[in-house]
Design a binder for this molecule. Structure first.
Ligand SMILES: CC(C)[C@H](C(=O)O)[C@@H](O)C(=O)O
Ligand code: SF4
Length: 468
């Protein structure tokens, strides 16, 4: 009898090329996505060693982090961004890497366009020089972020030495309120297990709530898994996955599609397969979440008060809380819902998909962005932007006073011109609230798209359930 295996173990076993001395395994890599910020060094190494890409067609290049979102086409105004994009374009041309052109229909954030084009498929290994590569695990892929030298290895060898992770099952039980979305679930999970709570583990999300989730929500969960310290978040592929992928440009067709789905159906964890750790989250108990601090685990339900360091027994946690409150300019005991905001950012690879824009638009519709608040909506991809425009979402946002932008990472990471001024406070659908993440001195509160829209029209952090 063969041993019962989890999804992770099946993906792992099917990609091991060789066992290496020292305990690592050499894993075959099916897919590599390349963006302008993390890839230059790898291309330099390839050039200097006179190597060629082993399988150029298994890589996909796109510019996303540095690109402007106010304009598209023509010369990029910022010289550094212009140079980064030009370098990527030079590299993909020289090495024969397929490229999603900046002004073309497939441009967008790496973790949005991989799935959208069908480049990301169940049963594959997907890597990218980017920590949020966890996102692609939502398709039942073994997807993880890698460093610059590893990118060079993948380019040359199509394989990568890796150590096997432990496994963690996150079981979602119960039924959520209709306005609770995957972002609330992810933030509540991270608040519970900590920013390092899943280190060393490959996380698999299971439970009836997962079966009922669209791919966009599964991607949000997997995307945020890195914020709990895990390099891999995943969901077993099912009919929802197949329906999403069918007909996408790079998805298999005809007989190949039938063969692929038959294989993909075998990937689900075997009933009774053992995990090293199990965490159960009751969705009935989850309220809309907002982060108050400078790490994603510093998150509370919107109805809560800003924590009081004096009430924290553990000395190091007390110091961390004090430091976070000082940076964030918050008073202990202040209701979170009283915190006024200057900015709203709706976008990123966590929450820049069409479903996210729809959720925000439902709250924005017929309302106005509060006086003094600047709100931007940045679709995760050109395709998402086009789809949103076809549905009229751009009009809803513009009529409400939001700015409607071109696709990119934008204010998630402040590598382009979209950034907070020191001391400014932002309600953001992105994934990281680290000090300076959205601009030096900027203050970030993480939340779902609907919650961000509620904050935009309120002028302060607000409970989306009050807008139902
Ligand atoms: C620039 C890139 C390497 C980085 C990452 O690894 O995640 C960025 O995407 C981020 O979200 O911080
Ligand atoms: S949107 Fe943010 S988290 Fe995602 S890849 Fe870009 S910078 Fe990283």
């Amino acid at each position: 009898m063969t041993a019962l295996r989890t999804l992770y173990e099946k993906l792992w076993d099917s990609h091991v090329v060789a066992e290496l001395p020292g305990g690592d395994s050499l894993l075959y890599i099916d897919r590599h996505i390349v963006h302008e910020v993390s890839s230059p060094q790898a291309f330099v190494a390839m050039r200097e060693s006179g190597r060629k890409l082993r399988r150029p067609e298994t890589h996909l290049g796109v510019a996303d982090h540095a690109v402007p979102t106010r304009t598209r086409g023509g010369e990029i105004p910022d010289p550094q961004a212009r140079a980064q994009v030009a370098e990527l374009e030079g590299n993909v041309a020289e090495f024969g890497v397929p490229y999603a052109d900046l002004t073309g229909p497939e441009q967008g954030i790496v973790h949005v366009i991989g799935p959208e084009t069908g480049f990301t498929l169940p049963g594959t290994t997907v890597v990218c020089g980017d920590s949020h590569t966890t996102t692609h695990g939502a398709f039942g892929a073994l997807a993880f972020g890698i460093g610059a030298s590893e990118q060079g290895t993948v380019m040359a060898a199509q394989a990568l030495p890796q150590g096997k992770a432990r496994t963690m099952k996150v079981e979602l039980v119960g039924k959520r309120h209709p306005l609770i979305d995957a972002k609330d679930i992810a933030l509540a999970l991270i608040a519970r297990i900590g920013a390092h709570g899943a280190v060393g583990h490959a996380v698999e999300y299971v439970g009836p709530a997962i079966a009922g989730m669209a791919m966009s929500e599964r991607m949000t969960l997997c995307n945020m898994t890195i914020e709990a310290g895990s390099r891999m978040g995943m969901v077993a592929p099912d009919e929802v996955t197949f329906a999403y992928l069918k007909g996408r440009r790079l998805a298999p067709r005809g007989a190949a599609w039938e063969a692929a789905t038959a294989y993909w159906r075998t990937l689900a964890s075997d009933p009774g397969a053992a995990y090293d750790r199990i965490v159960t989250l009751d969705l009935d108990l989850i309220e809309p979440q907002v982060s108050w601090g400078t790490s994603p685990n510093q998150t509370l339900p919107i109805g809560a008060m800003v924590p009081s360091p004096a009430a924290i027994a553990d000395a190091s946690e007390r110091r961390e809380t004090e430091k976070a409150l000082a940076y964030m300019g918050l008073e202990a005991g202040q209701p979170l819902s009283s915190v006024a905001i200057d900015h709203v950012f709706i976008g990123s690879c966590t929450n820049g998909r069409i479903e996210d824009l729809r959720a925000a638009a439902r709250i924005a519709q017929g309302r106005k962005v509060a006086d003094g608040v600047r709100a931007i909506v940045v679709p995760g991809s050109a395709a998402t932007r086009a789809l949103a425009e076809a549905e009229g979402l751009d009009h809803i946002f513009r009529d409400a006073g939001f700015e409607w932008r071109f696709a990119g990472c934008s204010m998630c990471v402040a590598m382009n011109e979209d950034r907070l001024a020191p001391g400014e406070r932002c309600a953001s659908t992105s994934n990281r609230n680290f000090e300076g993440r959205q601009g030096p001195g900027g203050r970030t509160h993480l939340m779902s798209p609907a919650m961000a829209a509620a904050a935009a029209v309120s002028g302060h952090l607000a409970d989306v359930r009050d807008f139902a």
